[in-house]
Design a protein around this ligand. Structure first.
Ligand SMILES: *Cc1c(COP(=O)(O)O)cnc(C)c1O
Length: 427
């Protein structure tokens, strides 16, 4: 569920609104393209996820910052009570900048540098998700040198197929993530010997946009077994981090993915009896449906075999269609007049790449130059993946709350873009 819907605008036409804000007015004020996020949707998704686990005594929901790291989004979720899952010092600094308590922060990623470890230790984060033996040894050295203790969970790779796009599956043996399941017991043994390490958690994250609960069930059952094994060998396991990955609906013509309540029931069934603190790292599920990308049609181009609707947003602004072959619903911001013809068109941007498209062969109400479109479900892995490719300016990000809006990241000027660089002194 989200808070983007058609309502009567000032001009009496049915206009897509973000909560109470008319998106055509917003486009006039901010210019296109821009990302727009809904506070009510962010808060609702966080609440629904937390409430799904109301029956489980000790849980911590750490929003996965990489899905959407806009400070306003983080502050909204932080105020609602969310912890954060970060994958770099930059993300950690963002979470701290909006006053998320370090005790609610976990640090993931296969390539943490020693400098990042030191920074996180000095801030007193809750735990590190450790992904290899060399990383464990480095963390031990860094922690020991500062007289600190790093609480850790090994991220175990259960070798299960998450049944999602291959670029976002992370729990197969051939993926770079986590430590092999079979090696986990000896790594916990090693961790006990190393100074500065307290290995009291187990972590798992098997992929993203998972729309079938069975991979979760298989993975969590294995994890349950592993906790039993580790305990039998004398380890103290006080927390289990189940990662993120719950899928969201991108298309209204396909079956709904499992609801948080279904996922929570499965969690309770598979690991509810472990007597541990349960952590979760949802990203997409919180932010995905809470954001859209608004763009303007520049030209309608009739090719030899296809119609191309050329818009002012491109793959550098929203990479998901070309990177993950992702489908994003596209809605005209002004609802089409009754009787408007539906045409089949590619929706493409100005970037000089064949892979630059937002939709391929999409039936859409016929659009004209100047019309606004909204690319739906763009709140997660949208703006965070944007680049200046083709020297295009980074897209602004706007947060709406009721009838208010704030341009959280303004569009830079071309001077701003050029001012970030230096010419070598010999040129
Ligand atoms: C990306 C990531 C997540 C979030 O995944 P979603 O599919 O967005 O819920 C959680 N944990 C880790 C370790 C990740 O890398």
């Amino acid at each position: 569920m989200h808070h983007f819907a058609y309502r009567r605008g000032v001009s009496q036409a049915n206009v897509l609104h973000a909560e109470e804000v008319d998106l055509s007015d917003l486009a006039a004020a901010v210019g296109t393209p821009f990302y727009c996020y809904s506070t009510a949707t962010l808060e609702r998704h966080y609440r629904v996820f937390v409430e799904a686990f109301a029956g489980i005594p000790d849980t911590l929901v750490c929003y996965s910052v990489k899905a959407n790291s806009s400070l306003g989004v983080l502050a909204t979720l932080g105020r609602a009570g969310a912890g954060m899952d970060v994958v770099s010092e930059g993300e950690l600094r963002r979470a701290l900048a909006v006053d998320v308590p370090p005790a609610k922060i976990v640090f993931s990623g296969v390539g943490k540098t020693r400098a990042e470890m030191a920074f996180a230790l000095d801030r007193g984060i809750f735990a590190f998700n450790v992904e290899s033996e060399p990383e464990l040894r480095a963390l031990s050295e860094v922690a020991d040198a500062r007289g600190a203790v790093a609480r850790i969970a090994f991220r175990v790779n259960p070798d299960v197929d998450a049944k999602t796009h291959h670029k976002i599956a992370t729990g197969k043996a051939e993926n770079k993530f986590g430590v092999p399941f079979a090696e986990a017991p000896s790594l916990y043994g090693l961790a006990k010997e190393l100074p500065g390490i307290e290995a009291t958690g187990v972590h798992m994250h098997i992929g993203s946009q998972i729309t079938d609960l069975s991979p979760f069930r298989n993975a969590f059952a294995l994890l349950h077994e592993l906790v039993g094994t580790l305990r039998a060998e004398g380890a103290t396991i006080g927390f289990v981090n189940l990662g993120g990955g719950l899928g969201i609906p991108y298309r209204s013509d396909q079956p709904e993915p499992p609801r948080p309540a279904d996922y929570a029931r499965l969690v309770a069934e598979e690991v509810g009896d472990l007597g541990v603190r349960l952590l979760f790292e949802p990203g997409r599920m919180i932010a995905g449906n809470a954001g859209i990308l608004v763009s303007r049609v520049l030209y309608v181009k009739h090719g030899a075999s296809k119609t191309f609707t050329i818009v002012d947003a491109a793959m550098n602004d929203l990479m998901r269609p070309t990177l993950y072959e992702a489908y994003h619903e596209i809605l005209p911001v002004t609802a089409p007049e009754p009787g408007t013809r539906t045409i089949v068109t590619d929706v493409a941007g100005p970037v000089c790449e064949t892979g630059d498209y937002l939709a391929l062969s999409r039936p859409l109400p016929e659009l004209r130059a100047g019309d606004l479109i909204s690319v739906m479900t763009a709140g997660a892995y949208g703006a965070v993946l944007a680049s200046e490719y083709n020297s295009r300016l980074l897209v602004p990000e706007v947060l709406v709350a009721g009838d208010r809006y704030s341009v959280m990241r303004p569009r830079p000027s071309y001077d701003d873009m050029l001012a970030k660089e230096r010419l070598p002194n010999w040129l």
